[in-house]
Write a new protein. Sequence first.
Length: 117
Amino acid sequence: QVQLVESGGGLVQAGGSLRLSCAASGSIFSINAMGWYRQAPGKQRELVATIPRAGRTNYADSVKGRFAIFTNNAKNIVWLQMNSLKPEDTAVYYCNALTGTKVGGFWGQGTQVTVSS
């Protein structure tokens, strides 16, 4: 089992920045990749960015050049630095940890990000 706790959401004006963090505990050795997803009202959950234990990061086209995902050396904390935020970035952001033991991996409780115009 992996437990994920997110923090760092809030209200920000367009053009501003926020940094989200996600701390993993439990069977962190089983984590193959971590990522951030988001879900806006009335829309499906979508990928924002992922970072594997080894390999290249991956970003949604809509956030490339504005967001950055990174982890600590222990690979048990992942951050999402969000710059040049737009109102369309408003959503609940979820942290995800992929392992080989559970389809779809484990999810955090989500943190609200609201960008005002």
